[in-house]
Design a protein around this ligand. Sequence first.
Ligand code: ADP
Ligand code: ADP
Length: 231
Amino acid sequence: EFVLEMRNIWKVYPNGVTANKGVNLKVKKGEIHALLGENGAGKSTLMKILFGFEKPTEGEIYYNGELVHINSPYKAIELGIGMVHQHFMLVPSLTVVENVVLGMEPRKGLSIDLKKSVEFVEKEMNKYGLPVPLNEKVKDISVGMKQRVEIIKTLVRGADLIILDEPTAVLTPQETVELFKALKSLTKAGKTVIFITHKLNEVKEIADRITVLRRGKTIGEAEVKDITEKD
Ligand code: ADP
Ligand code: ADP
């Protein structure tokens, strides 16, 4: 039932900072899972490990029940993990559709035929209710739209698990509403979402389950419906 299990993750950076101290994270298929914690709690580090940007000092990752070694973002993508960065990794001078299809190898078993790319991207964006202006240059679109392009990029590469790092930090309230709607439709379609946040109100609004980190440790895991005001 868990699409992802990160067990006993430790991360000591070369400068001696221990960012993760035996963290556990269990994520169910099809849920929106919030990773909640103050600045410096170790959330980004944990997600960098999951996406292959950082190597854990210790610990195991199980993906769909199998022990995996995620030693690069390429490996993460191959497994079906997608990352939506806080600072977008898009080329401003290229169009939306060019950004979606270019620059990276697709997941194994998927091939992107460039001639059919527009159709392909259109199909994906309609499936999840994520319309984007395909032929506009990225430098001319809004921040909310850029984030949507990042999400579509992960989908086109075959992501089943999508990680978003503080996705609402850069959004207007209206864009936030639209993002939340999109995340719901992704999970309805069987995708799994992990999002990093430090805002409990967002967790209550959108997440199914939550894992709380404090000073590098997992201090709790809960169904969001069980969280009451006094927490
Ligand atoms: P969060 O995402 O919860 O804010 P981070 O994982 O970014 O937490 O950071 C956890 C701790 O690790 C912080 O003390 C931070 O300064 C430190 N840290 C993060 N990245 C690095 C790095 N590349 N090198 C050294 N220390 C780091
Ligand atoms: P983000 O929230 O997107 O991770 P940050 O400002 O926390 O952005 O970090 C930017 C980069 O600097 C990240 O790659 C992070 O790992 C690194 N970093 C964060 N804290 C430290 C630190 N204390 N020492 C070295 N690198 C750090």
